[in-house]
Design a protein around this ligand. Structure first.
Ligand SMILES: *Cc1c(COP(=O)(O)O)cnc(C)c1O
Length: 462
């Protein structure tokens, strides 16, 4: 690609807008205090730029809203289901497709029917709800990320890969017979939004075949992974993103997808399967807990939006513009003096808070301190991915084993914010980076046992 190419603008223009609030510093201080210093407790109308999540936060297209008007709300056999199923079948190639209301519902339904208590689920990195649902099925969630992932500054292209040697060793070793599932997360959301290469997926498929172990994809960002493969992996430059995604699905026995990401909708999920018998069991569970086979907890109008969204998300012009938006945002932040996990992925940037705030120990939650400062200084909402989220705590909520890194995730909603919003965030970060020593640490006031980050409450250290 030539470097003097004129960058193209996004392949859409804005048709409907939503106002965003600007609070005073005093109002922000009161809001974050009342929220127990947990951004999940803030109200959306207290936030200026919301980078908490890219899940369900994207903008709908005119074509999606037009399709939604055709939504067929019949209890069974709705036209909208068949349009959704056709789009999902064309993309994934799986013969058995079950809609669910969101990704974690798919996790619950699949794991209840695929994993037995005492078994192990192996992943490049489990997403948080995936980890929780594996455990709630009585199984153990084990992450085997590749070694390159541990170097946040390395520019290796596929740091989302699984460690193939470790996978093979586990399957061949004493725990091998207990491995009930290998689940590859594409892209690797828990580890810096890093992509997984097709070569890695092919090797996992071959290993799983050899040990007769089911191999599934957790494919929330199947299109973004395909785009990064096309940019970075030899042999894929002439394939479309859809062809690359379909090839990935072909390698696996089935998939779970949270369609709140690359489905380009506010709600939705999908279980894709090849095995008829497993499908029968999942279907029975789905009917009892989510809804009938042809809607799975979704409205006909959402199935219509999804059918259209699954086609829009693989548009090369859309993916290219989104990837470049994130890359430009990363450059602005880096130039403002804050390091991000390299290389930049697509759906989020991960700030190296540990490096920015070296005066804070992991037990003082530097990532969380930066999250709070971004809100206090700019009304920006972000998420900690450090010792608050991943560290092991004692009974008094003190950190005994810190997370490997103290990161803050800035998730990027699809088709929502403009260059000016990103420049604003970078400017707020730049001001923080000029004077980081003033930032205090935090301690936990109360915390639940599972999925701590959603409900924890904190207080600033004196
Ligand atoms: C979002 C996500 C999930 C869970 O999906 P929900 O729709 O939020 O329930 C599972 N896995 C990955 C990789 C995700 O990003």
């Amino acid at each position: 690609m030539s470097s003097n190419r004129i960058p193209l603008p996004p392949p859409y223009r804005i048709k409907v807008v939503e106002p965003i609030p600007f609070l005073s510093p005093q109002q922000r201080r009161e809001a974050i205090t009342a929220a127990g210093y947990n951004p999940f407790n803030l109200r959306a109308d207290q936030i200026t730029v919301d980078l908490l999540s890219d899940s369900g936060t994207g903008a709908s297209s005119a074509a999606q809203e037009a399709a939604a008007a055709l939504g067929d709300e019949s209890y069974a056999g709705a036209r909208s289901f068949f349009r959704f199923r056709d789009a999902a079948a064309e993309l994934t190639g799986y013969p058995y497709l079950l809609p669910v209301h969101q990704g974690r519902a798919g996790e619950r339904v699949l794991f209840a029917n695929l994993l037995r208590p005492g078994q192990i689920c192996i992943s490049n990195t489990h997403f948080d709800t995936t980890h929780a649902n594996v455990e709630m099925a009585g199984a153990e969630a084990r992450d085997l990320p590749c070694r390159e992932a541990a170097d946040l500054d390395s520019l290796e292209p596929f740091k989302g890969n699984i460690d193939l040697d470790a996978l093979e060793r586990t399957l061949a070793g004493p725990d091998g017979s207990r491995v009930g599932l290998v689940l590859m997360t594409i892209t690797n959301n828990g580890l810096g939004a890093q992509p997984v290469s097709m070569a890695n997926l092919e090797a996992v498929a071959a290993i799983c075949r050899r040990y007769s172990t089911p191999f599934f994809l957790d494919a929330a960002r199947f299109a973004e992974n395909a785009w990064l493969v096309r940019q970075k992996e030899d042999g894929y430059q002439d394939l479309t993103p859809q062809q690359i995604a379909t090839r990935a699905f072909e390698l696996a026995d089935g998939c779970l997808i949270s369609l709140k990401k690359d489905g380009l909708t506010a709600i939705g999920g999908l279980i894709g399967l090849r095995d008829e018998e497993l499908f029968g069991r999942c279907e029975a569970n789905l009917i009892a807990t989510e809804g009938f086979t042809t809607y799975g907890g979704l409205a006909g109008r959402d199935l219509e939006r999804l059918a259209q969204g699954l086609r829009e998300v693989v548009d090369p012009a859309y993916l290219s513009s989104r990837a470049e938006q994130t890359a430009r945002f990363a450059r602005m932040i880096n130039e403002a003096g804050v390091d991000t996990v390299q290389p930049a992925g697509i759906h989020a940037l991960y700030l190296n808070a540990g490096r920015l705030l070296p005066h804070l120990s992991p037990g003082e939650f530097p990532g969380h301190s930066l999250v709070c400062q971004l809100y206090l200084d700019g009304g920006i909402r972000s998420a900690e991915l450090g010792s608050l989220y991943l560290g092991a705590l004692d009974a008094d909520h003190r950190v005994v084993t810190p997370a490997p890194f103290e990161l803050v995730r800035l998730a990027i909603p699809r088709r929502v914010y403009t260059e000016e919003h990103f420049a604003y965030v970078a400017a707020v970060l730049g001001a923080i980076a000029k004077n980081p020593e003033r930032i205090r640490g935090y301690r936990i006031a109360s915390a639940p046992e599972r999925l701590r980050h959603f409900k924890v409450r904190l207080e600033p250290l004196p």
